[in-house]
Ligand binder design. Structure first.
Ligand code: ADP
Length: 284
């Protein structure tokens, strides 16, 4: 799998008084098995960017290639693409509309042309993967808790057997347990199934902990795309984009200011604890 943007631009309502250029001159490549986070303030162009990734909206300029094929070529099947590049929207539970969990999860696979039985098998597997037990399959999605609804929505995408899953703030509004479950699930899908993950997130902590790479958006421009810790090491870019550094970066820079240099920016508390203990032991 590879996804390439070449000098992509998107303008809403072109030629009207509501014209608004939302993203400008974006070029990047996402490789197979990557875990990429997209960060940036509200209005920086994140949603516009991800909607172009699976062909929901067409760039005003530039090209998008999926596995080397231009997704806006006349003969290209964007319906198939949407099965390969699955999208979990913000508050995906608002899109659960079938009368039962199983019907909802089967909707995506059937929509991309899977036969009824195959769709059901795929749906069962997906529900198991996201941790929704068999006892829930005949429930109305509306009867489920917030976290469970979101798992069902992710299962609906997973059941299409995607190569890439794009998620817009999948943990928004969930309690810590729900958040950890979803993020742990994404990590597992990425590491064990090799599914490429693109995650829009406002939580710098989650990004530092889970993403391999980060795209930083600022006023419609992509101002950085690099390994996560390299991006967070560039305080200026993060400041200019109006973002905060993850706490572990602040810890790293705070200690460095006092002459205590950790070997790297810790990804999370466990990482920090280990680095500081090692440093302490080496001093004694
Ligand atoms: P983000 O996801 O980072 O909040 P968006 O991609 O939603 O950013 O928005 C980028 C810019 O495009 C913003 O200035 C926003 O107001 C504008 N925009 C988004 N959607 C529309 C739309 N449907 N019509 C007009 N302008 C829009």
């Amino acid at each position: 799998m590879s996804l390439i943007f070449n000098e992509v631009e998107y303008t809403y309502n072109p030629g009207t008084s509501f014209e608004k250029k939302a993203v400008t001159d974006i070029s990047f490549k996402i490789d197979d098995g990557d875990f990429v986070a997209i960060i940036g303030q509200t209005g920086s162009g994140k949603s516009t960017l991800i909607q172009m990734m699976n062909g929901l909206i067409k760039p005003s300029k530039g090209e998008i290639y999926y596995n080397g094929e231009d997704i806006w070529d006349k003969d290209y099947s964007r319906k198939k693409l949407r099965g390969k590049v699955g999208m979990v929207f913000q508050y995906p539970e608002h899109q659960l509309f079938e009368t039962s969990v199983i019907k909802d999860v089967c909707f995506g696979p059937k929509n991309i042309g899977m036969k009824e039985l195959d769709a059901q098998i795929s749906a069962f597997e997906a529900l198991k993967e996201v941790g929704v037990g068999d006892e829930f399959i005949d429930y109305s999605p509306l009867e489920l808790s917030g976290g469970m609804k979101r798992r069902v929505a992710i299962a609906g995408v997973l059941a299409m057997k995607p190569e890439v899953i794009i998620l817009d703030e999948p943990t928004a509004g969930l309690d810590p347990e729900g958040r950890n479950h979803i993020l742990g699930l994404l990590k597992r899908l990425n590491e064990e199934k090799g599914i490429t993950i693109v995650l829009v997130s406002h939580s710098m902590e989650d990004v530092a902990k889970y993403a391999h790479k980060v795209i930083v958006m600022n006023k419609g421009n992509m101002v950085a795309y690099d390994d996560t810790m390299k991006v967070f090491a560039d305080k200026e870019i993060i400041d200019e984009a109006g973002l905060a550094l993850p706490q572990m970066c602040m810890l790293y820079f705070g200690l460095a200011g006092k002459g205590i240099l950790l070997p790297d920016i810790p990804r999370d508390e466990t990482d920090a604890y280990k680095m500081i203990s090692d440093l302490y032991e080496n001093m004694n």
